[in-house]
Ligand binder design. Structure first.
Ligand SMILES: *Cc1c(COP(=O)(O)O)cnc(C)c1O
Length: 402
């Protein structure tokens, strides 16, 4: 959905420079078509298998984008009361909302229980006891799933693997076994199992491994089995894809032996490739280009050492050279990478950081007193602002008490 026409980068049918001129930089530019294409792809994997695709809000929670996702029939995977509330405000049905997180507070659980969401994914025995206590006090039945840590390590970067034994996520196998055989409650019903093994995964095997690890916990059939998110995307731009064929052939049927419904929680897969971050070149130095987007706007390279391609928004047939690109933040990690093959741009020219839709704007901060960027959505030939640039006054003074 991002392609060059006559040397100019387009988002759908909109020339990117036009958006930058109108709304300034840095600006996140999204393609609606790409989001919809990704959702169709996922739906086609499941066909008529009973399933719920619960989009992981933490990847990107712009309400306008969420509405597109909701209207496509997806559910919501949430990790805080704020995300649960946002999903409900936008009209996601409670029966399509799941709520995970290792540190849910009492009021967050109360809120979720009162709204009757599909599942609270419980991450510790103590959380389960607290849910039971709240359910009794409110005299309300509560549907939960146990998030179990299956102790598998998918081939991904260490910082985003979540299901190794030493990770803080989920309930360990032994405790889970204990809960399944001993936990009795008049209110809390354990309807499902949940595993989430990490992110940016391309093989189906780690999913099978995780399912097999926890399968012995199941006696009788579960209502649903939530196999988490993590489907990888090709940040290298080489067209590499998650092995959905293998997933469909081996993982889905195995899950259906254990549960009536397959739940997945993709975030990145749906939204990552729908967006670029457009930034203006401020200064050139030997080997380095300084742009107006920084790690506060887009932090994946700084946080995770992630590599995102960077391209010229306007190609003029100049010779390409390997250069580094960095932002204005006073921090040595505020560098998007080195050795980008770019036509050396003039000051004021635009560059695009690719595939910034997931964990981009949702992780943006005000570090260095910098306002968070604007967001624009392209729909065919038209485009619109879906979040204005944060006013500087808000950054400086919001919430301040004398
Ligand atoms: C982050 C997260 C996801 C989404 O992961 P992606 O890699 O973006 O698909 C799904 N489930 C849980 C519990 C998560 O924490």
């Amino acid at each position: 959905m991002f392609e060059y026409r006559d040397g100019i980068l387009y988002c759908e049918d909109v020339p990117v420079p036009e958006i930058a001129r109108k709304y300034g930089t840095p600006v996140y530019v999204y393609s609606r078509r790409e989001i919809e294409r990704r959702i169709s792809k996922l739906k086609s994997v499941f066909g008529d298998v009973p399933h719920l695709i619960a989009y992981s809000l933490k990847a990107n929670n712009n309400p306008i984008l969420l509405k597109i996702i909701k209207d496509a029939g997806l559910g919501a995977d949430t990790v805080s009361v704020g995300e649960v509330k946002l999903a409900l405000d936008l009209g996601f049905e409670p029966e399509k909302i799941v709520f995970a997180g290792v540190g849910k507070r009492r009021y967050e659980l109360e809120f979720a229980i009162e709204k009757g969401i599909k599942s609270i994914n419980v991450e510790s025995y103590e959380e389960l006891l607290l849910i039971d206590e709240i359910a009794k006090a409110l005299s309300r039945p509560v549907a939960v799933a146990l998030r179990v840590n299956p102790d598998v390590a998918p081939k991904t970067i260490d910082k985003i693997a979540t299901a190794k034994k030493t990770s803080k996520f989920g309930i360990d196998m032994e405790t889970a076994r204990h809960i399944f055989s001993n936990f009795k409650s008049g209110y809390v019903q354990i309807r499902g199992l949940h595993v989430h093994i990490g992110s940016q995964i391309f093989e189906y095997e780690p999913y099978i491994e995780a399912v097999e690890k926890v399968a012995p916990l199941v006696n009788g059939k579960l209502e649903f089995f939530d196999v988490g998110g993590g489907f990888g995307v090709d940040y290298e731009g080489d067209g590499r894809e998650f092995d959905f064929e293998g997933f469909k052939k081996y993982v889905v049927p195995r899950i259906l032996e254990l549960a009536d419904e397959v739940v997945t929680e993709p975030g990145r897969f749906i939204i990552a490739k729908s967006s670029i971050l457009v930034t203006e070149v401020l200064y050139r130095k030997p080997h380095f280009i300084i742009v107006d987007a920084g790690m506060n706007d887009f932090s994946r390279p700084a946080y995770y050492g992630a590599r995102h391609r960077i391209v010229n928004v306007t190609l003029k047939g100049r010779k390409k050279e390997a250069v580094g690109v960095g932002g204005p933040v006073c921090e040595s990690t505020d560098v998007f990478g080195k050795d980008f093959e770019l036509e050396i741009p003039d000051r004021g020219e635009l560059l695009a950081i690719m595939d910034t839709g997931a964990y981009g704007m949702s992780m943006a901060s005000n570090y260095n007193a910098r306002p968070r960027p604007a967001e624009v959505l392209c729909e065919g030939k038209s485009y619109r602002l879906i979040r204005h640039r944060e006013p500087l006054e808000d950054v400086l003074w919001r919430g301040v008490q004398e």
